[in-house]
Design a binder for this molecule. Sequence first.
Ligand code: URA
Length: 261
Amino acid sequence: MRVPDLPTDAAVLRAALAWQVELGADEAIGETPVSRFEAAARPEPPVRQAAAAAAAAPEVPAGVTTEALAAGCGDLAALRAAMAAFEGCALKKGARNLVFSDGNPAARVMVVGEAPGRDEDRAGLPFVGRSGQLLDRMLAAIGLSRKAEAPEAAVYITNVLPWRPPQNRDPAADEVAMMLPFLHRHIALIAPEVLVAVGNSAARTLLETTTGITRLRGHWAEWRGIPVMPMFHPAALLRNPELKRAAWADLLAVRKRLDEA
Ligand code: URA
C-alpha cells in the first residue's frame, strides 16, 4: 500500500501537533527505539544538575520520616532542599524537575493546586500551562498576581505534590500521605491569611475529607486556623465553562475576606 505524502505546510503540521497534545500526547517518539535503561545511565541533563546543585542538601538517612524532615526545615530554602533531596517518592524518578512554588512568600493569599503537569514539570514552576494562565487571569480579576511585590496584591502558589504524576493521573493516596508533611510545613512557613484550595485533590487533602469539590466549593473552611476557600480547578473550568460563574463567586468571596480583614 502506498503511504500518502505527509504534509509539509507549517500551519498544517502545527495544527496536527496541537491536536495530538489536546488528545494527551506528551512525548515525541522517534523512528529509532531508545533504551531507557541506557538513558538512565547517561549523565543528568544540565537543568537537573543545576537543580541538584542548588538544593545541595545532605543525604537523607534511611528510615527518616517526612514528618521529621519537614519539621526540621526552618525556612523555605531548607524546605526546598529537603524536598529536592528526598528519594522516598517514586514520582521523583519520572519527573524532570521539582516544582516547589512560585510567587511572593510574603503574599496574603496562598493557592494550593494538585500536582505539576507537563508544562510545569518542564519549567519547574507551578501553574504555567493553559490552566495556569487561566488561574493567573482569574486572580488578576480580584487584583492578585504571583508577580506582585506588595503582599496585598501578591499570591504564592504551590501544589499538593511537587512532582508530576505520569500521564497526569490523579495523585495516589500514598503519594499524598507521604508528601503531606512537606505541604503542611510549607503552609506554616508562608503563614498566609487565606488559603485557596483549587480542585478536588487540594481541597480534600487540606480539609481531610472525601467530600468532592462540587460540594466543598464556595464554603469557607479552616486549616489550622487559616481560612480555606475551596474552588474549582482551572482545568475543570476549561473543560466546563459553565462552572466559571461559581468560580467567580468564590473569587469574590476571597476578595471580600481580604478587604474585610
Ligand atoms: N494543575 C495543578 O494542579 N497544578 C499545577 O501546577 C498545574 C496544573
